[in-house]
Unconditional design. Sequence first.
Length: 522
Amino acid sequence: MLYVHSIEVGAVSDRVQRLAFLAACSLGIAFVSCYVLAPLVRSLRSPLRKLPGPWYAPLTTLHLRYAFARGTIWKLVESKHRQYGPVFRYGPRQIWISDKDALRTILQKVDLPKIQMYAEISRDAHSPGLFGEVRPDPHKTLKRFLSPRFTVAHVDKQTHLFEKCIGDLIAKYYQLTKAKAKTDVVVTDLMMDLHGVALDIMGECSFGRGFGQTLPVEEEYLGMEDRIWLQIPHSIFHGMTQRYKMVYIKRWLRGLGIKLHFDWPADMIRAIDAIVRERSDSKDHSRTDLLQHFLDSGTRPDSSAPMNTRDIIDQVSEILPAGSETTSGTIACLFLELLHNPDKKAKLLDSLPVLTATDPIINSKTVRTEPEFRYLNACIKETLRLHPIASEMGRKTGTDWYELAGYSIPPGTVVSASYRHLHRNPEFWPEPLKFWPERWLEDENARDGAPEPDISAYYPFSAGQHSCIGINFARAEMRMVAANVFARFDLEDIMNQHLDFRQYITMQLENGSHKVVLKQRF
Ligand code: HEM
């Protein structure tokens, strides 16, 4: 009897095992069908199949993730544009476009929304800064609130803050060169210097206090508060990098209902909170920096609640890199082009006044309006053409279909606008790889045979609703830094440096370093 029972139990457990095996197989098949086969079939049958592109584009995004993570996406995109032309497919739902009319449609006519990736770099997707805000209405509200602080007139009012920081850079270069004989070689890391001055300018214009990056004070004279303050740029960049690296993991976990929380370092929140309280208690409302603007009238764009310290940090933390990586990177490219084109550098130096270290700093209005700075302005415009710091930017088609460059683009497509490739298209820019500032001179006699620029094929600051809010600020800073350095110093390149670019959000020199030889002109 006992024996019969154990046979029955064995048969039942076999059946249970078989059923469990069948259930697991069915679940596996369902999973593969839902998450692998169905998207694959959809991707292969998508109207995007009509676009040129490599064979693996409909199958995977792994190559894109790898290139984004390594900062080499711009190289791949450039080579694929060369191979396939102005429009190509490079992922199941990812396309790149550099066609002039299509870009105007994407950016200005229909103004496609930003991709979700922008929001992912924010500390909290519900409290992003202007750059990371992808929700159309809060974005509009925030832009309307911030725009008055970025007009030409307002930036002109702030140039005394720029002057202070650029004065520090000139003082540093004077210290380095003053005791040296003409034959001595003085070397400085130009990229680090430009980054430092751009951060100090952002500190002054955001909080009314620079970050001490250009002329650091001796460690022994620094109190704890000062040390934390000097670390703020690092803390912000570190936080952003962490979030950028975690984008895919963060989204995957969110799909499983797990939300990763990021916060700013507690020291940094305390340091900024101290300044916020000091300002709130002060009766002086005459300051022109962003902090004062946030305190006077800042409200959260989604709820209209007054901004608290964390909200203010969230806002500034996106404007800080947007306003420092971009300008320092572009000025670095300007110097690089001039050092690699000695005839253009000589022409520029000839056009500028020669000043001593103690002469007043040339301000942005002077460079903008005085004829002797025309060639410098042309050099800056040409640099922005050859090296648009945002080489490409992601938009998405949302729920609608669009006709772009002769193709029907379905809803849910990620459309990357390839500014850099458009800026290097010989159809609009003859001899596109030549650094040719004369293109931008209005006087035909001074243009020296250079063709007129086609500004409808020029988007260094993008266009439309999401175009750069800092355009006037950026121009003022680039003009002032370049004019004041070149009016006092000559720079020469050092051979055999490895100079390559990597692109995470903006294009940057790969090692964050470019060493040059510095010589006084006075
Ligand atoms: C040479 C310097 C600069 C260049 C080439 C540049 C370029 C750009 C571009 C191309 C965009 C559009 C991004 C997109 O299409 O998604 C952008 C957006 C933005 N830029 Fe700049 N930028 C520069 C300097 C600045 C400065 C100095 C600031 C602030 C002080 C700034 C703040 C911003 C912000 C907040 C956005 C987001 C705007 C929005 O979404 O409405 N930028 N910039």
